[in-house]
Design a protein around this ligand. Sequence first.
Ligand SMILES: Cc1cc2nc3c(=O)[nH]c(=O)nc-3n(C[C@H](O)[C@H](O)[C@H](O)COP(=O)(O)OP(=O)(O)OC[C@H]3O[C@@H](n4cnc5c(N)ncnc54)[C@H](O)[C@@H]3O)c2cc1C
Ligand code: SF4
Length: 331
Amino acid sequence: MRDFSYLRAASADEARQASRQAGAMLLAGGTTLLDLAKCGVAEPDQVIDISHLSDLDRVVVDESGATIGALAKMSAVADDPAVIAAFPAIAQSLSLAASQQLRNMATIGGNLLQRTRCPYFRDPATFAACNKRNPGSGCSAIGGVTRNHAVLGASEQCIATYPGDLAVALVAFDAAVELRSDQGTRSMPVEDFFVEPGERPDRETVIQPGEMITGLAIPTSAAARNSTYLKIRDRQSYEFAAASAAVGLDFEADGRTVKDVRVALGGVATRPWRVRAVEAALTGKALTEDVIAAAVGHAIDGAVAQGGNHYKIELAPRVVARALKSLGGLA
Ligand SMILES: Cc1cc2nc3c(=O)[nH]c(=O)nc-3n(C[C@H](O)[C@H](O)[C@H](O)COP(=O)(O)OP(=O)(O)OC[C@H]3O[C@@H](n4cnc5c(N)ncnc54)[C@H](O)[C@@H]3O)c2cc1C
Ligand code: SF4
């Protein structure tokens, strides 16, 4: 690891202003940043510690929704009884992510900004070509081992998956992310915060230099209250998703006709992936096994496999179907 200077910020504004300097990076839980520094992907000149700032770690849930500070720990949000009651899929996405030790350290803001687990991206010593690390250098994954790569939202420049779980559930339930800069505070749907790789895989979100995530706002809804996060992974102890789905379901008064449904996918796309085509195919219909089977085919509309990741095209619709059946009492 290279040498860097360390600043223990006295306030969020001091941290944000210091982070405008070239080579400066914020340190929250450090569970991603220090890993990336050790493998030579992140090369901060200055690390600005925000982990101790207590005004950004609150979790508040009321009738209208949840507000969650960027520095709330993953474990605190996952274990919050009010979050579990109003947003089971959000709580599950966190409790199924990483390990208990990591969740006790890692923060909500850092979780959103974690980088891809593409092995070529994380091994600059062996693989010089990576457009995400080094724009224009090429992509070592294409034509290589692609088992964990994306089938949705990829470009000719990058096929890396977005690895996080929480953001998938946030996108399903229309959560907003709050960003603070010298110009003030702006809020946007989490769905718009993440961008597809296109020609510039190095740009993963719309966050600007000197801007900081301060929190999240998640509106309550009946679909969020009746929701689940289903994660399929290679091992149960801790592992990133091969495919996952955040699904929420609300019925009309007859208890059968779908009034509101939310579906987002993880592990298969270059960003958290809301699948409105599945939602449209279910809304207004009585939920049956046949209706689910027809709808979930749309989960992978536009998917393109790169060799080893072809299994995700079959897996993703099955994950969505299983989640829908379990929420709809058909499992
Ligand atoms: C072994 C292992 C397994 C894991 N498994 C999973 C998994 O299954 N699912 C999953 O979702 N995650 C998983 N993770 C990732 C883990 O959840 C993240 O490392 C963690 O959430 C990052 O949070 P942090 O607070 O430690 O971030 P940090 O490492 O402190 O920061 C991460 C990045 O975010 C920036 N940053 C942090 N806070 C802010 C802010 N408020 N505003 C602006 N920028 C900010 C930092 O500058 C840095 O670039 C795993 C990690 C490890 C090491
Ligand atoms: S898939 Fe993306 S992150 Fe992985 S090597 Fe190619 S450009 Fe880099």
